[in-house]
Design a protein around this ligand. Structure first.
Ligand code: ZN
Ligand code: MN
Length: 153
């Protein structure tokens, strides 16, 4: 599934006359395979062992390039580092407050909200983003376990 997505993205870029450097390929591959919505720095940490001359600046340049070609989507969080997502079907994100893990979920129908917002504000809207926050299953479990420990000791 993921390998097909990587291949499809590469094909899309080729059709746009874009050269696929090994680094560009590796970034795309990591984004798609890891499912982690990584920051540029996380991508750098993951790929540095494979590429002797890799720099964070190279990662940023490639991410900007892939974003411009609508292969990658930047999720910005104000003062915090942007995270990057592979562009697929429209989807939303559940984010863990504790560990920062981001999980995709698919839910239809929010175009309605966009249309309503447009009516209410007079803005011409063409995009929306939904993020829900809380504790991921793993952090819930850790929390329960530590609560148990506090109780027994
Ligand atoms: Zn968590
Ligand atoms: Mn996502």
């Amino acid at each position: 599934m993921e390998k097909q997505q990587v291949a499809a993205a590469v094909e899309k870029l080729k059709q746009q006359g874009v050269r696929i450097t090994p680094q560009r390929y590796a970034i795309l591959d990591y984004l798609i395979e890891s499912h982690r919505h990584p920051t540029a720095d996380e991508i750098y940490q993951a790929l540095a062992p494979q590429f002797a001359k890799l720099s964070v600046a190279t990662i940023y340049n490639n991410l900007r390039f892939l974003t411009q070609h609508k292969i990658v989507k930047e999720l910005s969080y104000g003062d915090h580092a942007s995270r990057y997502d592979f562009v697929t079907t429209e989807h939303y994100h559940a984010i863990c407050r504790q560990c920062g893990a981001i999980v995709d979920f698919f839910y239809p129908g929010l175009e309605d909200v966009e249309i309503a917002s447009s009516r209410l504000t007079g803005y011409q809207l063409d995009e929306h983003r939904l993020e829900v926050y809380g504790l991921c299953p793993q952090c819930q479990k850790l929390k329960e376990e530590s609560a148990d420990e506090n109780f027994t000791h």
